[in-house]
Design a protein around this ligand. Structure first.
Ligand code: GLN
Length: 193
């Protein structure tokens, strides 16, 4: 059966995720309203500017429905700003910025980004399921994961910093797979769906 995948479509790199997910044969829904969260098999929170995405989710009444759907088990991939949105704690938030508090990690929005403004590389990825692999990764003003809670698996590091994590139905990555030709992270999300 064709899977329904939502991409939060408020700001940022939405089109690239949509294209990659469609290339994998899924039906993609650009999520701008709470009712569009109904009937999804998986969800992507894209990169962009996390403080803007946060503000828009609250203005549009999406914050609580997102928290509800993801905590109920909806497989969710957060890339870059999407990882920041998923996190329990932002060490350096913009004034008034909130995260969804679902992924048990603390993130630095800018610490890592200022060291590596933009780069494309290949990372070792191991999500603990016994199939380690390499993934292509593009970094753009990337956040880093400063600390992780007990239930979180560290899947990838870049220059010693944690840039990929998994916790149950949640995948959080600092980088942008949708800007490369590597579909393996999206396939991993669909495997959870
Ligand atoms: N550092 C950005 C933020 O705070 C994220 C950058 C990105 O998503 N490419 O949202």
């Amino acid at each position: 059966m064709v899977k329904n995948v939502g991409v939060l479509a408020l700001q940022g790199g939405v089109a690239e995720h949509v294209a990659m997910l469609e290339s994998l044969g899924t039906h993609v829904v650009g999520v701008r309203k709470p009712e569009q969260l109904t009937g999804l098999d998986a969800l992507v929170l894209p990169g962009g500017e996390s403080s803007t995405i946060d503000r828009l989710t609250r203005v549009l009444g999406l914050r609580e429905p997102l928290i509800e759907a993801i905590s109920a088990g909806l497989p969710t991939l957060g890339t870059c700003a999407g990882l920041i949105m998923l996190s329990r704690e932002i060490t350096d938030p913009a004034p008034g910025q909130q995260s969804l508090g679902l992924l048990d990690v603390a993130v630095d929005r800018n610490a890592f980004g200022s060291q590596v403004a933009s780069a494309e590389t290949v990372l070792d990825w191991d999500d603990g399921t016994g199939h380690p692999r390499q993934v292509k990764a593009a970094f753009i003003r990337a956040p880093r994961v400063a600390s992780v809670g007990e239930g979180v698996t560290v899947c990838a590091r870049y220059r010693g910093e944690i840039v990929g994590v998994r916790q149950g139905n949640l995948l959080g990555i600092s980088f942008h797979p949708e800007l490369t030709d590597d579909t393996s992270i999206h396939k991993e999300l669909l495997a959870l769906a």
